[in-house]
Design a protein around this ligand. Sequence first.
Ligand SMILES: *Cc1c(COP(=O)(O)O)cnc(C)c1O
Length: 393
Amino acid sequence: MNYNVDEKGYYGEFGGAYIPEMLYPNVEELRENYLKVIAEPDFQKEFNQLLKDYVGRPSPLYFAKRLSEKYNTKIYLKREDLNHTGAHKINNTIGQILMAQRLGKTRIIAETGAGQHGVATATVCALMGLECIVYMGEIDIARQAPNVARMKMLGAKVVAALSGSRTLKDATNEAIRDWINNPVDTHYIIGSAIGPHPYPDMVTRFQAIVSEEIKWQLKEQIGRENPDYVVACIGGGSNAAGTYYHYLHEPDVGIIAVEAAGLGIDSGESAATSVLGKEGIIHGCKTLLMQTKDGQITEPYSISAGLDYPGVGPMHAHLAKTGRAEFVSITDDDAMNAGLELSKLEGIIPAIETSHALAMFKYKTFKPDDVVVVNLSGRGDKDLQNYIDYFKI
Ligand SMILES: *Cc1c(COP(=O)(O)O)cnc(C)c1O
């Protein structure tokens, strides 16, 4: 079984590039060039240098002693929360801004929901001195004022999407419209392992640094490269794709994917795509997505803005379908409690997205000798108000 993308851009039956004709030249230009560019020594040198000196990599792999004692197994945390800007997203935006430069692009566009990807994009545009336009739903602009302020400070222009539900999917539509109108000078930085081929594969390759580091860090700490399990939360699936990448074809490594169940799988307020999703097309790729009988996309819900996506990247749809990964869904309540637990046991306040991955320990039992690596995708600073409101701190 192959879990990587094939030459046609598919992971099994999922993936591909389902795009309007007007977008074809842009996506085709990227598809023809991305592997060649990534392989260039000059690209590799600059990418790795920035990951080291600007992002602060390698991120530590930390043995969580007290959490391990609590769950009677060996838990290691991959500290992506310590990256510059507070999450894994910067790995991808650094990669894509270098790609854009190599392709001669001078203008960058992005979509954002909660603003995390918008901030990561605005950051690398400031770094490189490139024009940056971030599309964001009008409702999200009101809800996420601090991230809007960050993007503006970083020199980005934040454009409100005024149509539809005025949230992420409408912002994505606006970004696609912009790209169609500006095919020559503009690169569209997508923020997760989603979108038309080659985006899911390109984003996965930029995030693969996570499992590349886990391998040598584990070797250094316990004498072997492979843990028994790797665990990550899944919104679109980029931090998970990076965590799994170098372990996909290692059968002794179990893969656990954690989705947001919101208020509960059957509540109608959830984002558990692998359970509730059906095959369909969203944002240019064929994958599992939550939809009505007529194929209209269902509004997802999760307390964490980063997991609040109605689809899942095509790689993960394939991992779910083939059974290579075990999918678990975690409610808002369980996630919030797991976030508080990590804070108290380890002195680390995680992003609420990440708290979902941690809550898995409540439901799944491991052997005392199992080595379980959890990707700590982001830090909780951005979620402080949510934690305060929830726990009435
Ligand atoms: C955006 C985000 C996620 C979800 O996005 P993926 O592409 O699925 O990784 C998870 N954790 C954090 C901290 C995020 O900011």
